[in-house]
Design a binder for this molecule. Structure first.
Ligand code: IMP
Length: 192
């Protein structure tokens, strides 16, 4: 029998709104202003990891006051596919990043393992610089201590959140705000 699709099973319910639409809009504008000031006159490439960083990149890049190129990567997630802790590149960049300033635009940094893997990949290609801009930062769960996080939208507690690109089993990405997912009996947030 085929396994049931998530829409046919019970999704965990949404809890409190952690970051509202208005808060997201305001913070994205502030971050874009900082980035525009810091990278003025430079060859800036914004790199995002699909699919979670999609909305943040779209809003952030449109709020910039300087020219910038965008590009995408896709990787297997540590949790879902790589219990061994080995990530794999599913989609590489189209752009050559050698000599360019790369800003890795992340939806969320949790343990930091994903960002550390991406940084390793990017640094082998001799960019002029690599820094991170993350919308959300769950510092309480950090394993990798030294990440070049230059811009941070919001520091959040150790809760599982969805919306504005972040998903639970591919659901809830399209919410325009960020909400906590309630860990109800019968659902498996631990298997994210
Ligand atoms: P890290 O490697 O532990 O830093 O995890 C990064 C990835 O885990 C993110 O890019 C997300 O895909 C996923 N992730 C971590 N925390 C959450 C969350 O609260 N909601 C949705 N996805 C999350």
């Amino acid at each position: 029998m085929p396994s049931p699709r998530v829409t046919e099973t019970r999704l965990p319910a949404l809890g409190e709104v952690l970051v509202s639409e208005a808060q997201l809009r305001a913070r994205v504008q502030e971050l874009a202003a900082e980035i525009s000031r810091d990278y003025r006159g430079e060859d800036l490439l914004l790199v995002t990891v699909l699919k979670g960083g999609l909305y943040f990149l779209a809003d952030l890049s449109r709020a910039l006051r300087i020219p910038a190129a965008i590009d995408f990567m896709a990787i297997t997630s540590y949790r879902a596919d790589s219990p061994s802790g080995v990530a794999r590149l599913l989609k590489d960049l189209d752009e050559d990043i050698s000599g360019r300033h790369v800003l890795l635009v992340e939806d969320i940094i949790d343990t930091g393992l994903t960002a550390a893997y991406l940084l390793r990949v990017l640094r082998t290609r001799t960019p002029a610089s690599v820094a991170i801009c993350t919308l959300l930062d769950k510092t309480a769960r950090r394993i990798v201590p030294t990440l070049p996080i230059r811009y941070r939208g919001f520091e959040i507690p150790d809760v599982f959140v969805v919306g504005y690109g972040l998903d639970f089993q591919q659901q809830y990405r399209t919410l325009p705000y960020i909400a906590v997912l309630r860990d109800e009996p019968g659902t498996a947030l631990g298997g994210r």
